[in-house]
Design a binder for this molecule. Structure first.
Ligand code: AMP
Ligand code: ZN
Ligand code: FE
Ligand code: FE
Length: 304
């Protein structure tokens, strides 16, 4: 409906979807995990995209938070500490859980992240053994070089290394042939249940959010049932406005969030050059996460 005349709503408030309201990005990765930009650069990109706040959500690690926060402070951007934890899958897909507001390595969550990193390291060594046994001339050092260090080495780095040695045509091809669940060189690693991550988050003063819910492989009633279980288990939100989701998908997830009284969060899932279609703050150009989302998420923290 077109409404002529001046808009009677106050500007700069929660109800104003116009350009005066700030945007945020609650999902980004740095070189601490499988992103290609260092943590300080994430803060700079957020400032460049006029974000009032940005969350750094590296896989299994809080190690980039301090550097990102230092730069964010200089630029007047709020740095939201975060991380992303890969959980036991449901159905055909993966379950990724974002945790916000925890920056303490010594917290219950921080301690568990340390265990997950150790397990990831063992998995990486086993994965190299598997590839070598398949006759692929790739070394652990090559994969570490791709990752820019031993911290946070993951399958995307293996994929790049496989392309570099000519064993795969592309990153996708490397997953398809060797790295994806059930493929030739797949080695599983330790995973938590989403409910456990939610409890670790709450015990550490944080909030858990289901990342990119359609990656679970669930949809319709199946997805609704799963999201309902997460709400029961102490989740604070689901990621509805995701960089790679269509307006219709975002709307469906927004409806699910309302139904289960969860915060509909959003973010780009920026990784730098490994996902070149996604930019901090704007995703594929159509991302717009209102800063009011952060306040609603803060309200889900224990004791808030
Ligand atoms: P890891 O945590 O080392 O097991 O790697 C998980 C990461 O690999 C995910 O976050 C994705 O970015 C990527 N990934 C997983 N499965 C695939 C796939 N089938 N195709 C492309 N990338 C994938
Ligand atoms: Zn990632
Ligand atoms: Fe993810
Ligand atoms: Fe992510």
């Amino acid at each position: 409906m077109h409404r002529p005349g001046p808009d009677p709503r106050p500007t700069g408030t929660d109800r104003d979807p116009g350009s005066l309201t700030a945007v945020i990005d609650l999902h980004t990765h740095s070189t601490v995990s499988d992103g290609s930009d260092d943590p300080a650069r994430i803060a700079e990109l957020a400032a460049g995209a006029a974000c009032s706040a940005v969350a750094l959500t590296d896989h299994d690690s809080l190690a980039g938070i301090d550097a990102a926060r230092k730069r964010a402070d200089e630029l007047g951007v709020t740095l939201v500490p975060g991380c992303e934890v890969s959980c036991v899958p449901v159905g055909s897909g993966g379950v990724h859980v974002l945790v916000y507001f925890v920056d303490d390595e010594g917290s219950a969550l921080g301690t568990e992240l340390g265990r997950l990193r150790q397990d990831r390291h063992q998995r990486n060594l086993a994965l190299i053994d598997r590839l070598v046994a398949l006759g692929i001339p790739v070394t652990y050092d090559q994969v570490v070089a791709v990752a820019g260090g031993e911290e946070g080495v993951g399958r995307p780095h293996f994929a790049e290394a496989l392309v570099a040695v000519g064993a795969a045509e592309s990153v996708d091809d490397a997953f398809e042939r060797y790295l994806a669940n059930g493929r030739l060189a797949y080695v599983p690693k330790g995973r938590l249940n989403p409910a456990d991550v939610a409890q670790l988050a709450l015990a550490s003063g944080g909030v858990a959010v289901l990342a990119h819910p359609f990656s679970t492989g669930l949809e319709g009633v199946g997805l609704a049932r799963f999201v309902g279980e997460l709400a029961e288990a102490g989740f604070g939100g689901i990621e509805a406005v995701y960089g790679r989701y269509s307006p219709r998908q975002r709307q469906e997830l927004g409806n699910l969030a309302r139904r289960f009284d969860l915060v509909a969060t959003g973010g780009s899932d920026y990784h730098g050059r490994t996902k070149p279609d996604l930019a901090v703050g704007t995703g594929r150009g159509d991302l717009k996460v209102h800063d009011g989302v952060l306040a609603r998420l803060e309200a889900r923290r224990p004791g808030a």
